[in-house]
Design a protein around this ligand. Structure first.
Ligand code: PLP
Length: 495
């Protein structure tokens, strides 16, 4: 808690005004703070000498004020310490503020479409194992390195002022190098802009690019958080079915027959949530359609760092001579989602417009944090962490696959994903997936059912289980809980 500070400036007499004597002003101010609840029963007040120094008055003035307050029962002095009385006078207690009832706003509050559809956060009670949707294991983050770099950055005054809405220049340069080295994107720092996660990046793009009623195609099943952002910008979403080769581009072509599309939002590398990679033929056709029909491809390349089979497939943005693709990236998977560092790569004119949008919203992100991350990238430490986590996650993918086969037998089947942080399970049609997930939750394990990702919220015979945020032992335990919850009344091995 912050220490109490004296709430008002004392008034001294002038030609025109004769304010109350200083000791009375002090008495009134302290009494007022007790009534308002800024000072609570038992709170310590500064010593008379300290308060006198702070206020620039004689110590006797403060002593006189404290004497009055004590006589009225507001404060109690004991062994050189002065505190707000634990048993306040009746009148004071009646005046102590109660939490104001939340009766809602007095103004009209009609959230725009999508604004209320934000995905809920799950706060897990202790002991619950959460498969999650593919979160990094934050227990393994090199927080000491990050903390040291952040401290250094905080000691650099230029990073604490207002800065470029596009983001801290060194991080933009480091990300540009990373993108060209790992993802084959030949971009310079001036074609990279940092945002509040890739969600923040998508929000800027959507607000810049879209007009209410614009049609935007999305994958179905797909990523509801992106749908919410696009809808909040006024988009009319057009769902595209997904199969083993990614989003169906035929369906996109059919949608174009019905009217123009402004954009398509895709996760081509590891489709969210099914984890499949979009085929080369579909990529080419998609780029071709985008060029012909002049729609933007919003490519979310969210967990490309973790690819286990062969070389990662390069993004569409690296094969885009006509400039149709807006590339969205994130550090949420290699570092931590709470850092809120995502980025957009695109033409400078687009970034100018996004920067204007960011200025009008919250101005900029945390440049000190961005510099800290730039330092870690420049020293190769983020890359080293990513390599380590790739090995860890690969072992966990194997462990989860083995545990599922061992404990769940024929109830689920899956194709081990070439990359990413989750498995997409097909569940035996005889099993009611939603009921199973509910029983699992009661047995202490949380996971997402396919319904969450279906555009129309229809139940799907699928589960998405992340393997990255739980270690091998936890994964095995979580799968045993799932197995226990498979049939109603089944044993739930909460061990
Ligand atoms: C499809 C997809 N895109 C992007 C992200 C990352 O979002 P952000 O960068 O806003 O943390 C996630 C995280 O779960 C995701 O699943």
């Amino acid at each position: 808690m912050r220490p109490w500070s004296f709430p008002v400036a004392l008034q001294t007499p002038t030609e025109a005004e004769r304010p109350a004597p200083l000791f009375q002003q002090i008495t009134q101010a302290i009494r007022g703070d007790i009534r308002r609840g800024r000072l609570r029963p038992g709170d310590a007040l500064p010593g008379s000498r300290t308060l006198a120094q702070t206020l620039g008055v004689h110590r006797n003035t403060v002593l006189a004020a404290y004497r009055d307050l004590e006589a009225e029962g507001w404060i109690r002095s004991h062994q050189r310490t002065t505190r707000v009385a634990p048993d306040l006078p009746e009148a004071a207690r009646a005046a102590l503020p109660k939490a104001r009832q939340d009766t809602g706003p007095a103004y009209a509050l009609e959230p725009r479409a999508g604004a209320s559809a934000a995905p809920g956060l799950r706060l897990d009670p202790p002991g619950r194992l959460d498969f999650g949707g593919g979160l990094p294991d934050l227990r393994l983050l090199p927080t000491d390195l990050l903390a040291r770099a952040y401290r250094r950055a905080l000691e650099t005054p230029s990073l604490l002022g207002y800065g470029d809405p596009r983001g801290e220049p060194r991080l933009r340069a480091a990300l540009a190098r990373l993108l060209s080295g790992l993802r084959g994107l030949a971009v310079g720092a001036d074609q990279v802009m940092i945002a509040g996660g890739s969600q923040g990046a998508l929000d800027l793009v959507a607000r810049t690019l879209l007009r209410p009623g614009d049609r935007v195609a999305v994958e179905d099943p797909g990523y509801p958080a992106a749908w919410a952002t696009l809808r909040a910008a006024g988009a009319d979403l057009v769902p595209l079915p997904v199969d083993g080769a990614g989003a169906q581009v035929d369906a996109l072509a059919a949608a174009l027959h019905q009217g123009p599309l402004r954009a398509v939002y895709l996760t081509p590398h590891h489709q969210f949530p099914t984890t499949v990679t979009m085929s080369a033929a579909r990529r080419l056709r998609l780029l071709d359609l985008a060029r012909q029909h002049r729609f933007a491809i919003l490519e979310d390349d969210y967990d490309n760092e973790f690819h286990y089979e062969g070389r990662p497939v390069l993004p569409l943005a690296g094969d885009d001579p006509h400039g149709s693709v807006i590339y969205l990236g994130t550090l949420s998977k290699i570092l931590a989602p709470g850092l809120r560092i995502g980025f957009v790569a695109g033409p400078r004119s687009l970034l100018d417009a996004l920067a204007a949008c960011r200025s009008a919203a919250d101005g900029q992100g945390d440049h000190a944090l961005q510099r800290a991350v730039a330092d870690l990238l420049d020293a190769g430490l983020v890359q080293r962490h990513a390599r380590k986590m790739r090995r860890v996650y690969l072992a966990r993918r194997e462990a989860l696959a083995a545990a599922l086969t061992r404990h769940l037998g024929g109830a689920v089947s899956f194709d081990p994903p070439a990359g990413g942080m989750s498995l997409w399970l097909r569940v035996d049609p005889a099993v009611d997936v939603e009921a199973w997930a509910e029983r699992s939750l009661r047995a202490g394990v949380a996971l997402y059912t396919g319904r969450r990702f279906d555009f129309r919220r229809r139940p799907l015979p699928n589960l998405r289980v992340g393997f990255s945020s739980l270690d091998e032992r936890e994964l095995d335990q979580a799968v045993r809980r799932l197995a226990g919850a498979l049939v109603p009344g089944g044993r739930s091995p909460l061990s």
